[in-house]
Design a protein around this ligand. Structure first.
Ligand code: THU
Length: 162
């Protein structure tokens, strides 16, 4: 038996340390909590997606009385962006969350299903996505979805190899 350690590189920023373009993206994600439909969890999430062509898509979580029918902010934003621009890679995504009358203290990190969708986008466009996770104290940044999803299952596994 031997053991493998898999590392994730997370950059931790203060808001003022970020590039203006990224500050804008985070602020758009924060604004989006106002349009969230989250009457069941009261956990309001906003996401903003920046495409390589400069287009910006903003979205939020959409819940449903039949709980699993709802969707996270990240996936609403990613699918919305790809529905409009099916051939343009995603450059970056920012996510923010509001709960108990405040933006969350610790950075909001995407759920497993959203990580899988981020990964699909990276593989599909052969393009890594910068992921910014907002928290009041600090912001986490990872340079690609693989950092958040080690030992992942991706579409290359479904391709035929001779
Ligand atoms: N949620 C998101 O939209 N994004 C996340 O990263 C975590 C969770 C939503 C799903 C559900 O509407 C609510 O937050 C509580 O789980």
């Amino acid at each position: 038996m031997n053991q493998q350690i898999i590392e994730t590189k997370v950059h931790v920023y203060k808001f003022i340390e970020l590039e203006p373009e990224i500050q804008v993206l985070i602020n758009k994600a924060k604004e989006q909590i106002n349009n969230a439909y989250a009457p069941y969890s009261n956990f309001y999430v906003g996401a903003a997606v920046l495409l390589q062509n400069g287009a910006l898509f903003e979205a939020n979580n959409q819940e449903n009385a039949a709980f699993p029918s709802g969707l996270c902010a990240e996936r609403v934003a990613l699918f919305y962006a790809n529905a409009q621009y099916p051939n343009v890679p995603v450059k970056a995504i920012a996510v923010a969350a509001f709960y108990d009358l405040n933006f969350v203290e610790a950075p909001i990190t995407p759920c497993g299903a959203c990580r899988q969708v981020l990964l699909e986008s990276e593989i599909r466009f052969e393009n890594e996505i910068d992921i910014y996770m907002y928290g009041k104290e600090h912001i986490y940044h990872v340079s690609n979805a693989k950092q958040l999803l080690p030992l992942s299952f991706g579409k290359e596994r479904l391709e035929h190899h001779d």
